[in-house]
Every structure is written in structure tokens, then in C-alpha cells.
Design a protein around this ligand. Sequence first.
Ligand code: MLT
Ligand code: ZN
Length: 472
Amino acid sequence: MTQRLGQYLDRVREQLGKDVVVTDPDLILPWLTDWRGRWTGRSPALLEPRETRHVSVMLALASELGQPIVTQGGNSSMVGGATPDDSGDQLILSTRRMNAIRAIDAKRRVAVAEAGTILETLHEEARAHDLRFPLTLGAKGSATIGGLASTNAGGTQVLRFGTMRGLVEGVEAVLPDGSVHDGLSGLKKDNRGFSLDQLLIGAEGTLGVITAARLKLVPLPRGRTTIWAALADLDHALDLLTRLQDGLGDRLEGFEVLPHDSLVAAMEHLGIASPIGTVSPWYALVEIAYPQAGEGREKVEALLAAALEANIIGDAVVAANESQSQALWRIRDSLSDAEKAHYGMATQHDISVPVADIPAFMAKVREAVEARWPGSQVSGYGHLGDGNIHLHVRAMERAREDWRQAEGEEIERFVHDIVIAHGGSISAEHGIGVMKRDELARLGEPARLMALRAVKVALDPAGIMNPGKLIP
Ligand code: MLT
Ligand code: ZN
């Protein structure tokens, strides 16, 4: 441990007590590797603040001494955004003990939750008030509100409700110098210059620590329909999306697609049979919610019948009850793990292009990558309604130890170039973290890079917050 680190930890203990610093290596170990197992770092201690004041003291001291801090919530970053580097010099600040839901105001439909609150816990609490926090994703059992806000997380119901940026009404956060920004008041109008809250959302912990967030809640739907539809290709998927949007408006909450090879991986991983009798190149998983019970099912069935008639879908299964609906979503939520277990090494891309361009984009990538790297396989699943596909290039028989390091990185650049040529983004929802920092530097337009660097230097002159992530 360096002298600076020792001095820092002593002063934190002096001011806040011993129990906010954990040095037992067994307790630190689980937090040193990202959940996909791609990056492992070192950290001699975990900081465990219990309240905002603790974070304030920790950051003020860190700024004074130049001590690097990596903030971590549920450790479910897909881009190594919350893993310390291997210098042994960075300290993890875990928000997990700051997990109180400070308030749920059912009348105003708002919750104030501390950073370490687990998403699923917020879902349950909101449901107890007949309300819903309408952002969900596969990692809901571990992802925390602070991490979700810091990364502007998306998930499977962005289509109707947007990403965290649209669902957070304000944040409480500690800036690198220890000052506290309180944005929890819930003002509808506040034009005192640019929004610090929005700046911190998506900053990936590089500008400070979000300690709590004020979150929009919506009424619980009284009914829902979940559909699994078989599709010949992505053009048909877009046609179905358009028909459902036209016919259902904002009752359409989610529109996800997956290819048959992803379903095969999920069936094996979960030990289940296919939810549909037809084998098809693609499937759509569609979620429709109704404000009133018993509303709308006939309309959905009529829309599906018309889509069948027009040969847009080959077949469809409509969940008959809540447990069937959950079983369909379980398939979708398992895909990340299932793909990893079934297909092994793959380079993974989280890209977006304009929604209408997805079919042409996917065809282009498949053709170009498989021609350049014979034996690899391009596949993708995800949030078609948001123009966001998790595009995987599977190593298949090419699999070797150096797949990701050498060939994988070349493939990543190759795919990203096609994304940019389509006017897209190399990070639709997972963020930049450590994984895409160099690609952001290579491809980020000058204005974006200049602004990122300038804001970082202005707010964090000592460079203590999540060094090595996001900012090229
Ligand atoms: C998802 O949509 O399942 C997640 O963003 C994770 C992923 O598969 O990349
Ligand atoms: Zn996703």
C-alpha cells in the first residue's frame, strides 16, 4: 500500500469511524472482477459510506490527496465501468450500504431512492403502492439506482418510457471536491443554467458520486399482453412494429427481437422447450400494457390476425396469464448469460442505428464480417424498437485464447466503422467504461471529445473520479 493510500484510509477512519473501511481481502475479492469476467483489478480497501455526508468527506479527502476512487453499485457494468485497474492504487467506493428508499409519494407518483437501492427492490416497493418504476433489465436483481442513473441505463421498456435520463427527475450527488448537489426537490421548472443532474446521468462516475435519485413512477397497468411472434426477417419485424405502434399507441411498451440461434442458446441454458411451435429465423417479444383491466385483448388479436393474413408474421403465441408472460420474458432476460454459456467467446457490440436502418445494417455487417473472418458467425438480439442491437460476432471454430485481445479488437473496430457509416452509436445503452474508451477516442467527433474532456477537467481537476473510464 502506498503512503498516500495509507494516509487517506487513516484520515477517513479518523473522521468517519472504522467500519466505513473494509480491508478483508475475502470481502473485497468479489468486487474486483466485472460480472462478465473480462477485467480484474486490485483494490486494497472498500469504502462503504452509510450516508451522503460520508461520501462528501471521502471525496473531499480524495481530492486533497489525489486518491483515485472507483464508484461501484451492483457491479453489473457491461463495459468494465466499475472495475478498478490493476495498479492497486484505486479504491472502490461501494454504494451498496446506502440503500434506503427515502420516500414513495403515491400522490405525486415519485420515489426518492438512495444510490445502493437494487432495482428489483424498488419495483417491489412501488408495486406495494400500486405503482411501477418502469425501467427493467436482465440484471434487475443486482443493478442499483446509482449505477443505473450514472450509466443512463436502458433495458427492455425504453420504447414507451425512455432511459434513466427520462425517468430521473433529479439527483443528489457529491462532486469531487466534496460539495453536495441537491437536485431532489422535484421542481418542474428550473432554468438556472445547464442541468447538473443531467450532466451526472451518464457520466459513469467520472464527475462525482450520485447518492440518491428522485424517480418518476407510473400507475401499475391493470392488464397486459405478451406476444411471441415468429418472423421471416427483420424487415417483417419492422412492419409488425409499425402496425402495433399505429394500432396501440403508447400501450406498446416493449418490442424485442431475437434470432433462432439465440433462442437455441436460451432453451439449453434454461432447460426449456421453445415457446412456439414454429421454427423461424427471427422472433419478436412484444409487451403491451393496458390502464384498464380487460381492455384491448381483442384489438391485439385483430392486429395479429391481420399481420398473419398479410404474411408479416408466421405464427404467434399470446401469453394467457401472468406466469406465461413471465416465462417469455425469462427467455429474453437470460440471453446474455445463455449466449455466453452456449457459444463461448464472442466480440460483443452494443450499437444503435436509426430504427428503419436495422435490417440493412445487420445484413451489411453479417456479410462483411463473415467474409473477412471466415468461420466466425454474426448474430444479434435486442431492442429493435429503440434501434439498439446487441450484436455478437461469435468465434465459433476460430476460438482461441487471443480472440478478444487481438482478432476481437480488430473485429470491434471493423463493426464500429460500419456503425458510424450508418450514422449510429458505438454505445447505445451500456456506456463506454474501459471497454470502449479507445474506440470513442478513435471515432468520437471533435466537439464531443472536447466537451467531455473540458467538463471532466473543470469538475474533477485532480482526476480522482473513475480514472481510465469514459474520458479518452
Ligand atoms: C440486454 O439487453 O440483455 C442487455 O443489455 C445485456 C446484453 O445482452 O448486452
Ligand atoms: Zn440491452
